[in-house]
Design a protein around this ligand. Structure first.
Ligand SMILES: [Zn+2]
Length: 399
């Protein structure tokens, strides 16, 4: 009973004959007289590998047939060498078996059910139907690792309907016939069609790496086996680099980073205060360059060095004075900007009406209100022209 990949999930290489071959979208759908390739299903991705040296990137089951998708047509049909990408499959077996064990301990210890499961080459997670404290999650993780140290044998069997009724499975089967049960010692009995390890010891380690609230329960991401070792190496490298970079032992890294962040915030505040003082000083300088028309100070300037944010602050400072109009332009690499502003009280000037015409010259768009309007465009070379248009329009309105 069952498929070959279920009988011997450790088979890496075998010989088989092609029983059918069909071309579809430049790929070849191949069935074999026997196969150990795992077809996608039960939350486990399909195997990859090679048949007669040709890449197999996907395997699935259709009407009880296992279909292998090949990149090219094999040159022969008999006695083909078939190889499963074993590193990848063993990784999936470690993750999948780890999932059984983790879900079992959540159920046995806290009566929490696993209601979702996702396994891919990149991620492994389960969704629990209840929330639980971090402390209890840690207990569960420790318990699972203890089961790993005990190297418990994992058995696969197909019980009769009668036996099945007395088995007290962790979850109900999703199929009616040929139900396959994976038994991990006295820890877990659960129906599953995937590939699993022979014993818990092969898991090496299980580590929960993050939890998040999900649909009223918890989503738990974790890693097992070699994937956990890779994760440990990755994180250890980060710690080592940080330790060297900051010259503190790992234990002090967090407090050191917090100190850096707080120092940085302090410096930023200081810079911002100094910048404000500088802008106030520059505002005084700009006032001296103002053109006085009919009692209104017109301050026109083109800034090349300043950020747009600073220019906005400058115009705010200047327009706090009565009877002031600022006509400012600025540009960086790809954008030219125009900012028109006035103090309250010069009611004959509506900046929002004025801004469109000069913006046309820089192929720009923008808007604002009576007091302040701004916009930017890509024709950087025309910025002086736009500035003059804005200036003339405003002067004509005053005179
Ligand atoms: Zn399974």
């Amino acid at each position: 009973m069952g498929n070959l990949y279920e009988k011997d999930p450790y088979k890496k290489k075998f010989r088989a004959n092609i029983t059918s071959i069909k071309e579809k979208n430049s790929k070849y759908q191949v069935t074999l007289d026997k196969t150990y390739f795992y077809p996608k299903g039960g939350g486990q991705p399909s195997d990859k590998g090679k048949i007669n040296g040709i890449d197999v990137n996907y395997v699935y089951k259709e009407k009880n047939k296992v279909i292998h998708i090949l990149d090219k047509k094999p040159s022969k049909e008999k006695n083909l060498i078939c190889e499963i990408d074993w590193d990848r499959r063993y990784d999936l077996m470690q993750q999948h078996t780890g999932q059984h064990l983790l879900s079992a301990v959540f159920k046995n210890k806290y009566n929490i059910n696993t209601v979702g499961f996702n396994l891919s080459e990149e991620s492994l997670r389960i969704d629990l139907d209840k929330q639980i404290s971090g402390e209890k999650i840690k207990e569960v993780e420790e318990k699972v690792n203890e089961y790993i140290y005990r190297n418990i044998e994992i058995l696969t069997f197909y019980p009769s309907k009668e036996t099945l009724n007395n088995l007290d499975l962790r979850k109900q089967p999703t199929v009616d016939n040929n139900i396959r049960v994976i038994k991990i010692g006295e820890v877990d009995k659960s129906p599953c069609g995937g590939t699993h390890l022979n014993s818990t010891g092969e898991l090496g380690i299980i580590k929960i790496i993050s939890t998040e609230n999900y649909k009223g329960g918890l989503r738990i991401s974790f890693v097992c086996g070699k994937r956990a070792l890779k994760d440990y190496s990755f994180k250890n490298n980060i710690i080592t680099e940080l330790k060297d970079e900051l010259s503190v032992p790992p234990l002090n890294l967090i407090s050191e980073v917090k100190r850096y962040k707080s120092d940085l915030k302090e410096s930023e505040n200081e810079i911002s205060a100094l910048n404000k003082k500088l802008l106030e000083y520059q505002a005084e300088e700009l006032k001296k360059s103002a053109e006085l028309i009919d009692g209104i100070k017109i301050i026109k300037n083109y800034f090349e060095e300043k950020t747009y944010n600073d220019i906005q602050l400058l115009s705010d400072i200047l327009c706090n004075d009565n009877n002031t109009i600022c006509i400012f332009a600025q540009k960086d690499k790809n954008t030219a900007r125009l900012l028109l502003s006035r103090s309250e009280g010069i009611s004959e000037i509506n900046m929002n009406d004025i801004i469109d015409k000069p913006l046309e010259f820089i192929d720009g768009r923008g808007g604002g209100n009576k007091l302040k309007a701004q916009g930017g465009g890509s024709k950087v070379e025309n910025i002086n022209k736009a500035l003059s248009i804005a200036e003339n329009t405003i002067k004509n309105l005053i005179k």
